[in-house]
Design a protein around this ligand. Sequence first.
Ligand code: UDP
Length: 383
Amino acid sequence: MIKIVTLIGARPQIIKAAALSRAIKTNYPKLINEIIVHTGQHYDHAMSEVFFKQLGIPEATYNMGVGSGSHGIQTAKMLEQTEAILIKENPQYLVVYGDTNSTLAGALAAVKLKIPVVHIEAGLRSFNKEMPEEINRIACDHVSTLLFSPTKTGINNLLREGFRLNNEGPFTPDNPGLFHCGDIMYDNTLYFTQRALKESQIIERLGLTPDRFILCTIHRDHNTDNTKEFVQLFEALIQTSESLGMPIILPAHPRTIKAIQERLPKTLVDKLESGENLRIVAPLDFFDMIAMEHHCRFIMTDSGGVQKEAYFLKKDVVILRNETEWVEVVESGHGFIVGTDPEKIHSTVKQITNQTNHSFPSLFGDGKAAQFICNEMLKNLTA
Ligand code: UDP
């Protein structure tokens, strides 16, 4: 029996962790003992606890309760506490996901304790170091022992940075193992969609008509922390809704709520409060989110995960950023990078409403990424 520590902190990591915990419970209950550690980066019920219950994630053994703070303070607190937990638990691996401050802190703590780091969602790059996430993912990749990339693009990015493919184990931080394994989020979409569509009542609760609304999420700091971009974006969203005669539903991240309160002029806030075109709702649980993604006309988002889920659920997605790590979605003809430029948003929405491409070839694996990852972790210990 090996022991692994899974470190999570933010909503998307909690959701991704569900797939690995499920694979362990189903296929390796006697071989892998997983200890879940929550940094508390996201702490609201709707951003954290709700997912543990709904997705069947085992309760966290440790919760650091770090909460919000500047990048430095948050990362430092997590680093200190992760180190203490890793010394106590002494696992064979530390598993981290994606690109948050929790990912960075965990990777740094573990590598210096000579505990191998397993990075899930390795190799993704935006080539924009103004994004804190880009710094976190580059730093994490370069101290990891096992790197699992969901896409070929991720593997190619790593090869360009000096990593090698097909080298022999045992893998170490100086001889890291690189794997193209498919997307762990796709595992979840395949596993939960039917159940979500059966159990969720969000469409009725919000009084929506399937295919007659647009789903939108915004939370990247480039959009929320910049008044000009934020106001421009909200104006463009309201115009989009008016021109299509369809409501836009925006389940708002806490950072977005704060930006609405602090950055939007009263005229725009009044429009939001009327709820006619752009409706702000509380963050959704995962089943409600899947149901909304499934039933909407198309999606507008600056989220990484939601871009992919749009593709999994065969929807076009307007990417409210100036670049994306998920270039496959753009290349497929279903993802459109527009930033916050009202003109680009307007013309893209027009293009989407006339979309003739209905093919969504498989790009993200076979729904068994988590199982593959467990296998490789076990294999490396006997290599
Ligand atoms: N999500 C959710 N409820 C919401 C918004 C998003 O369950 O109200 C899920 C979404 O389905 C996806 C994940 O959260 O699985 C994406 O996380 P987020 O957008 O916060 O982060 P990112 O993917 O950009 O890192």
